[in-house]
Design a protein around this ligand. Structure first.
Ligand code: FAD
Length: 364
């Protein structure tokens, strides 16, 4: 990490108190805790939507160990967290990976993404979970050629409109492959779902929807089958599929392999932080700060003795991190912790949600 003088800070820059890297549950809840302390947050995430593992890996699975929720779907928990932080108006830089960090002379930081967006913050909270997710790719000849410059191979459905009226082949047997096949059946002109087994590893209702759409002629299902090659010069025009040793060819504009995502700590691994077994070492006795003052690591991304990679642990770590940033930004200022039931919540939009006052006992 380099240290550059503050005067070199560029003009067009996103300014914030805490820059949170990772929009998983930990990063989202950190916005709420920071908001209670009147600290402004901005979040960067490499994925196109917030929610981290919950949205990307298991949105329809119920979670049973969130205090106060006997059961909550992962996707609903993310929606609730987004609703809870709306009042604090966090900024989002989505679909961009935090790549480099520069410490300024005044102790603040500039973080630049892979797309060149710059963020200037007084403190950094890395809530990067297991790291930035990278798609698992099939081993296919010429894949590198077709996966760039809109030549036909896509690993994410970032904008479903891109596939409107197009012929799409989706490959995979999990929730993503099932859910996008169902969704795109109403958008694309043709959807073919190819999976190398007859059984799918997805939510039952998604499997049933695919079956219904197959019967209605809106999805062509090829199982057990495997995409083994491409045809097309400038871009894909069709894929070759092997079915029980035989070969067939299916015309398509897009091939979307959805084989899951592998997490990698990614660029953060080169920021000079102390790393142990692919996780960032933090001071858990105090505030989850890393070996670089002003940079914190919270949630699944950190490690310390007794660490548990659970959502509720991330919430706790986010809370203590915010208190520490508050102290750092207001040295010497006495902080009096107040319950939200007593203090209410001041939204950044100026709205004040008062805690209801009730007389429980009259004073004689
Ligand atoms: C199938 C499954 C079931 C689970 N069930 C439970 C359960 O029942 N209860 C429970 O408590 N936990 C459960 N977990 C674990 C739980 O999902 C994690 O503890 C939780 O997601 C951690 O949240 P996080 O915000 O720390 O990280 P994550 O959810 O991993 O989010 C991190 C985010 O950071 C982003 N990111 C990383 N690096 C960068 C970068 N350089 N630039 C930009 N963005 C970046 C990633 O894209 C990601 O969106 C489960 C996990 C799985 C896989």
């Amino acid at each position: 990490m380099t240290c550059i003088p503050k005067k070199e800070i560029l003009q067009k820059m996103i300014e914030t108190d805490i820059l949170i890297i990772g929009a998983g549950p930990t990063g989202l809840f950190a916005v709420f805790e920071a908001g209670l302390l009147k600290l402004k947050c901005h979040i960067i995430d490499g994925l196109p939507q917030p929610g981290g593992q919950l949205t990307e890996l298991y949105p329809k699975k119920p979670i049973f160990d969130i205090p106060g929720f006997p059961s909550v779907l992962a996707g609903d928990l993310v929606n609730n967290l987004m609703e809870q932080i709306k009042q604090f108006q966090p900024g989002f830089t989505l679909n961009e990976v935090a790549e480099t960090i520069e410490k300024q002379e005044d102790g603040s930081f500039i973080v630049t993404t892979n797309k060149g967006t710059q963020h200037h913050a007084k403190a950094i909270a890395i809530a990067g979970g297991l790291g930035s997710f990278e798609p698992r790719k099939p081993i296919l000849k010429d894949l590198e050629f077709y996966e760039i410059e809109d030549r036909g191979v896509e690993y994410f459905v970032k904008d479903p409109e891109k596939f409107r009226g197009k012929k799409v082949v989706i490959s995979g047997g999990g929730d993503s492959a099932l859910d996008w096949s169902v969704f795109l059946a109403d958008v694309a002109s043709e959807v073919t779902l190819v999976h190398r087994r007859n059984e799918f590893r997805g939510a039952l209702d998604s499997v049933e929807k695919v079956q219904e759409l197959k019967k209605a002629g809106k999805i062509r299902l090829i199982t057990p089958g495997e995409v083994i090659g491409f045809k097309g010069n400038e871009r894909i025009t069709s894929v070759d599929i092997e079915i029980n040793g035989a070969r067939t060819n299916v015309e398509c504009d897009y091939f979307i392999p959805l084989f899951g995502l592998t997490p990698k700590l990614g660029p953060i691994a080169h920021w000079g932080l102390e790393i142990e077994k692919n996780a960032i070492k933090v001071n858990n006795a105090l505030d989850y700060q890393t070996n670089i003052p002003g940079i914190y690591a919270i949630g699944d991304v950190n490690t310390y003795p007794g660490k548990l990679k659970l959502i509720l642990c991330g919430f706790h770590e986010a809370t203590l991190m915010c208190q520490s940033v508050y102290q750092m930004m207001n040295p010497g200022k006495k902080f009096v912790m107040k319950y939200t039931t007593v203090s209410g919540i001041d939204g950044f939009d100026g709205s004040r949600k008062e805690a209801e006052k009730a007389v429980v006992k009259s004073i004689e």
